[in-house]
Design a protein around this ligand. Structure first.
Ligand code: SF4
Ligand code: SF4
Length: 311
């Protein structure tokens, strides 16, 4: 199954891109899911859309946690924690990014585990072409995937944009095909990975949850300075992990930005994260100048801890 996540800002056409890709996969006889997730309902807010496509049944639902392809239409989203652009990326995840910065720089900045490809955008030369970004992203993604033909892409765009003026449809087709053609040199770089299956799933049995008396379950706190007792670390779904090899020990940066004062300085000058009170906002990940802080899913951190692997 192909899992594709598209990141952009409201108004940049990521919904259109996912619709076009979904329609094109469907025309190539794939089972398809395509859906969009909006943040704040306003232009410019980070949004993402996703597409799943498989030759068989798709039993997976919800957001794509481990994408095979991440398409980023706006590179200013990368440092925005709420956008979660690199979430779940592995060494097999292809990052396609619309940016004037080189792939090597992105690899270095993001500590990106997989291939990074820059979208061959004509808009940097001609900003009036911003309205065609969705079709361009879909065309470039289709070129990288290699399972969608040029004719199918063209037909999917015509179908999805059918209510538009013929000239606008024609321009979208032209830009999408140009992006497709430029990406075919990498055709097939995006691979289908079947990481999970619903086969053999056992439904959990009934779990009896004990309840406490209200005097225990809802205590009133009258003492001051008790916030340390509130383990905000329990809110965390992503954990910041510091790579000491890359860390410059400029602890005034991460330490000052942490809204929960969860970063202190150890005797060796390196920052320490208080995981009992780090709520996982990932502001430190975005602010660290040499990108020495990685965000890993708590579930993965738990597995690493169990194996005694370094965190
Ligand atoms: S900001 Fe980054 S490099 Fe600087 S001390 Fe914190 S983790 Fe290290
Ligand atoms: S993730 Fe947020 S709360 Fe945790 S250490 Fe980083 S900035 Fe502080």
């Amino acid at each position: 199954m192909y899992r594709i996540r598209l990141h952009g800002r409201g108004g940049q056409g990521m919904k259109t891109a996912s619709r076009i890709l979904g329609a094109a996969f469907f025309m190539e006889n794939f089972e398809v899911q395509d859906a969009q997730r909006y943040g704040a309902e306003r232009r410019g807010a980070p949004i993402f859309a996703y597409v799943r496509a498989a030759r068989g049944k798709i039993n997976e639902r919800g957001v794509i946690a481990c994408p095979d392809l991440v398409v980023v239409a706006d590179d200013t989203l990368v440092p925005v924690p709420a956008a979660g652009v690199m979430q779940g990326a592995t060494e097999k995840t292809v990052l396609l990014i619309d940016s004037a910065i080189s792939p090597e720089d992105w690899r270095q900045r993001l500590n990106a585990p997989g291939p990074v490809i820059i979208m061959p955008s004509s808009r940097r030369l001609n900003p009036s072409e911003i309205p065609y970004l969705g079709a361009e992203c879909a065309g470039a993604a289709a070129g990288l995937i290699g399972a969608i033909s040029r004719d199918t892409l063209k037909e999917a765009i015509r179908q999805e944009l059918a209510l538009m003026q013929p000239a606008v449809i024609g321009e979208n087709v032209k830009i999408a095909l140009a992006a497709f053609d430029q990406m075919t040199v990498h055709a097939g770089i995006v691979t289908e990975q079947d990481r999970s299956t619903a086969h053999g799933y056992e439904t959990p049995g009934w779990i009896e949850v004990p309840t406490d008396d209200v005097s225990v379950a809802g205590p009133a706190i009258y003492k001051s300075a008790t916030s340390v007792e509130v383990r905000t670390g329990l809110w965390r779904t992503m954990r910041p992990v510091i790579d000491h090899e890359r860390c410059n020990r400029c602890t005034w940066v991460c330490g000052s930005f942490c809204p929960d004062s969860a970063i202190s300085v150890g005797d060796d000058g390196y920052p320490r994260i208080d995981l009992d009170h780090c709520k996982g906002c990932l502001i430190c990940v975005a602010q660290c100048p040499p990108h020495a802080i990685e965000a890993i899913a708590e579930a993965d951190a738990a597995v690493r801890e169990k194996k005694g692997a370094p965190l």
